[in-house]
Design a protein around this ligand. Structure first.
Ligand code: MG
Length: 164
């Protein structure tokens, strides 16, 4: 078993729909970024690369690469998982995500985000956790200038099937 940690923060204010965990939040200000700026996908992808000790998403998906311009970040997550499997024989076991944002309230969209992450990672939805909190009005996240995401992933050796 191996564990990885991921973190991402994006500034709010883009003329695009807010997207978190592959789910759009219509009517909310969007996040600024090279791809679709989905910090949930990015933090989970970074956690997977971290568990595999394969560097970070900035190395694999640079914001200077036109390939990832406005890209669906589900592709970045899928590619991170593919790299971990191909290079380290590691597959995700479970994922835990914190979304820190003053708004929107994630509410019933948390389950849609879990379902989308589960789909991209080929995991049961019970293996994906999405939790939400605010920053209590403090700092850039608290002022509604940014959204912050933390992620932890457990990975298993995918060449063995008896260790789960
Ligand atoms: Mg990012």
């Amino acid at each position: 078993m191996r564990v990885g940690i991921g973190y991402d923060l994006h500034r709010l204010g883009a003329e695009r729909p807010l997207k978190l965990g592959g789910i759009e939040f219509p009517g909310q200000p969007g996040l600024i970024g090279h791809s679709d700026a989905d910090p949930v996908m990015h933090a989970v992808a970074d956690a997977i690369l971290g568990a595999a000790a394969l560097g970070d998403i900035g190395e694999h998906f640079p914001d200077t690469d036109p390939e990832w311009k406005d890209a669906d970040s589900a592709r970045i997550l899928a590619e991170a998982a593919r790299l971990a499997l191909a290079n380290r024989s590691l597959a995700p076991v479970n994922v835990d995500v914190n979304v820190i944002a003053e708004r929107p309230r994630l509410g019933d969209k948390k389950d849609a985000m879990r379902a989308r992450l589960a789909e991209v990672l080929s995991l049961p939805v019970e293996s994906i956790s999405v939790k939400a909190r605010t920053a209590e009005g403090l700092g850039p996240v608290g002022r509604g200038e940014a959204i912050e995401v933390q992620a932890v992933v457990m990975m298993r050796n995918a060449t063995r099937t008896s260790d789960q």
